[in-house]
Design a protein around this ligand. Structure first.
Ligand SMILES: Cc1ncc(COP(=O)(O)O)c(C=O)c1O
Length: 379
């Protein structure tokens, strides 16, 4: 069966990491800072701090915004559970809002309906690399007085109106987990205004500052100014991030080519729904989310996914809605709005493999398996 995701590594990746090993400077250092500057510039933000995961970057965002007990944070239910966990661990309540049926991204109108006087932040995901409605989200955030922490875990390289998507958020988080557009094995980043990022940086390294402005001048040495964590990125990982980043444009183009092959094969099918970029938006095609018609196949694509596997293709449900998990269905959240679109579309969706370097024969096998399954299962 074809792989669903597969990272790819070049000679430059290996050489870059080997050079760091030889230098002996393997902890957080200059390579990490170089990687931070490259990513911040690419997503349209002033500064960034590298972390050991996207989930850590989310926790860091909540810490630096002072969000915790008594606060609420609005998030899609169709997201990585790490984001929801980070909100819950901060003491704040994750409140789920519904998604747009076209992009599967958080719907600004539903965010407005889900908001309360306790809402401090919104965490919209560019789902699968397709930008959410950035203008609509900005307007709602302003109206309810919330900070936007854009989740760019899937969206490195995505744009709206020619601008990188980070530009439309107050803070942005990224992930460099093995399945992402570029990878450092595990890893993440928080990006935003330099002043906020420098404060966040302290909490990635024990809350220690060597040069905090305003601290006692006579005190020589490190200053422990907060009970920080140790959640930075090593320079070995950052070296990998930098060489992977050098190939970003080629990686994005390769994903787009595979996505176009699927769309060419499925777009005319009466019972398959292909993902489309919205006017003015460019996707990074982290996922290729194919949806099936409920009229033809029923409300749950599970049998369809199994059929694709049986016929030698690869497909998988991506996220399970967080609000349907026991952990986040009770008092851990405030059920603010109906999540009708989330519940319907998540069960009709599947991800197809779209990673750079996927063999042409695998793309063909996936297409054939999907079309044969559709033919055999149509009611
Ligand atoms: C939308 C989204 N946000 C955040 C994360 C968290 O990233 P990490 O796995 O690096 O903690 C992921 C990871 O899969 C994700 O898909």
């Amino acid at each position: 069966m074809p792989f669903l995701f597969r990272p790819s590594f070049s000679r430059e990746d290996r050489d870059g990491m080997a050079a760091v090993l030889e230098s002996g400077m393997v902890a957080t250092g200059q390579k990490s800072h170089e990687f931070e500057r490259a990513i911040a510039a690419t997503i349209g933000m002033e500064a960034a701090v590298a972390t050991n995961s996207g989930t850590s970057a989310m926790s860091l965002a909540l810490d630096v915004l002072g969000i915790g007990t008594g606060d609420e944070v609005i998030t899609p239910s169709l997201t990585c559970i790490g984001v929801v966990n980070a909100i819950a661990r901060s003491g704040a309540i994750p409140v789920f809002a519904d998604i747009d049926p076209l992009t599967l991204c958080l719907d600004p109108a539903s965010v407005r309906d889900a908001a309360s006087t306790k809402t401090r932040a919104i965490v919209p995901v560019h789902y699968g690399g397709h930008p959410y409605d950035t203008a609509g989200m900005r307007a709602v955030a302003r109206e309810i007085g919330a900070t936007i922490v854009g989740d760019l875990a899937h969206a490195l390289g995505a744009t709206v109106g020619g601008e990188p998507v980070g530009r439309f958020a107050d803070l942005s988080l990224l992930s460099f987990h093995a399945t992402k557009i570029i990878t450092t094995g595990e890893g993440g980043m928080l990006a935003g205004p330099a002043e906020i990022i420098e404060r966040a940086r302290l909490d990635t390294r024990h809350g220690v500052s060597d040069d905090l402005p305003g601290s006692e001048a006579e005190f020589a040495g490190s200053r422990w100014i907060s009970p920080g964590l140790k959640i930075g990125m090593s320079d070995i990982q950052a070296a990998l991030g930098l060489t992977q980043f050098a190939g970003l444009e080629a990686r994005l183009a390769a994903r787009r080519r595979v996505a176009e092959s699927y769309t060419a094969a499925f777009a005319e099918h009466p019972h398959l729904v292909t993902p489309a970029e919205q006017p003015g938006s460019l996707s990074s095609w982290h996922f290729y989310t194919l949806r099936v018609s409920a009229d033809a196949f029923g409300p749950d694509a599970a049998a369809f996914i199994a059929g694709v596997h049986q016929r030698g293709g690869a497909a998988a449900r991506q996220f399970y809605p967080a609000h349907l998990m026991p952990l986040f269905s009770g008092d851990a959240t405030r059920a603010a709005v109906p999540l009708t679109v989330t519940e319907r579309e998540s069960f009709l969706s599947m991800s197809l493999p779209v990673y750079p370097g996927i063999p042409e024969a695998d793309v063909r096998a996936v297409i054939d398996a999907v079309l044969q399954t559709a033919e055999s299962l149509t009611r």
